[in-house]
Design a protein around this ligand. Structure first.
Ligand code: F6R
Length: 261
């Protein structure tokens, strides 16, 4: 795991977008795992502005609310159209999100796993982290070997996401269909982005704390090709921050991104 502390939120977002852009330029038929949420909005805005082509890219979103059709403005399908898909040259046939409207969610979950496998697996999975320590919607005590399935959202997550639902946590759907922790870990590369003081404590638990199903994001410690990009606030509770900065300063691979570090 590499911790990449950026000085500001803008720099952390720009670095994340540049990494995705560079993977897309190197491999135009990239299989890209996507996340939603406030943190990612500016990442997508920068990707759109970069002009990079998504024409041959296949995408898989981490999760979707159960019971919200893709036309619902609060669905993650709508979020993705609004922030990314409507503004790039992606082939709609290559866009994949879990089907939160399926009659049988376990069938839809198994189908999602099959589609990921059929695409050859995910090359790069973008992740945020929830205040409850989740990646995707793998709420506390999600098995570290879990696959795509439906999960009941915690009150912490529903409060975190209430902004999109008129500020009312009770209006946030109670369930979501989400990639499992193991599904995520099977991606060939992970990039987790976190910003803001509200994430500092959970970020420290996830990357420096013990591996535990209580914080599903701690499972990224098992991944051999994982970057955690943080702004100054999200990094502020890390005990090893000085060392992580030192590592980045000395790694040549970060040279092209020096202005952002
Ligand atoms: C979204 C997702 C979540 C979010 C996380 C952070 O698809 O899977 O894990 O990445 O809840 O959300 P924000 O960025 O809104 O703080």
């Amino acid at each position: 795991m590499e911790i990449v502390p950026a000085p500001t939120r803008d720099a952390a977002v720009a670095l994340t977008a540049k990494l995705i852009e560079s993977r897309l330029r190197d491999k135009p038929n990239l299989v890209l795992g996507l996340a939603t949420g406030r943190t990612m909005e500016e990442v997508y805005a920068r990707l759109v502005a970069s002009g990079v082509s998504f024409a041959r890219c296949t995408t898989f979103n981490l999760d979707e609310y159960v019971g919200l059709p893709p036309e619902d403005p609060n669905s993650y399908a709508a979020y993705m159209r609004h922030h990314l898909f409507d503004h790039v040259d992606i082939d709609p046939a290559r866009i994949n999100l879990p089907d939160g409207m399926a009659d049988d969610l376990s069938v839809a979950a198994a189908d999602y796993e099959r589609r990921i496998a059929g695409a050859g697996g995910i090359d790069l999975q973008l992740l945020g982290i929830g205040e409850a320590g989740h990646i995707g919607f793998n709420e506390p005590l999600s098995a570290l070997r879990s696959r795509t399935r439906d999960k009941i959202l915690t009150p912490v997550t529903r409060a975190q996401n209430a902004g999109m639902f008129g500020g009312d946590p009770d209006a946030v759907p109670k369930r979501a269909l989400t990639m499992g922790v193991e599904t995520i870990l099977e991606s060939r590369e992970l990039v987790l982005l976190a910003s803001g003081r509200a994430k500092a404590s959970v970020v420290a638990k996830a990357v420096e704390g013990p591996l535990t199903a209580r914080i599903s994001a701690s499972a990224i410690q098992l991944h051999t090709h994982c970057k955690v990009i943080l702004d100054d606030e999200a990094a502020s509770d890390l005990e090893g921050l000085a060392y992580y900065r030192e590592v980045c300063r000395n790694e040549e691979k970060w040279d092209p991104y020096r202005s952002l570090l």
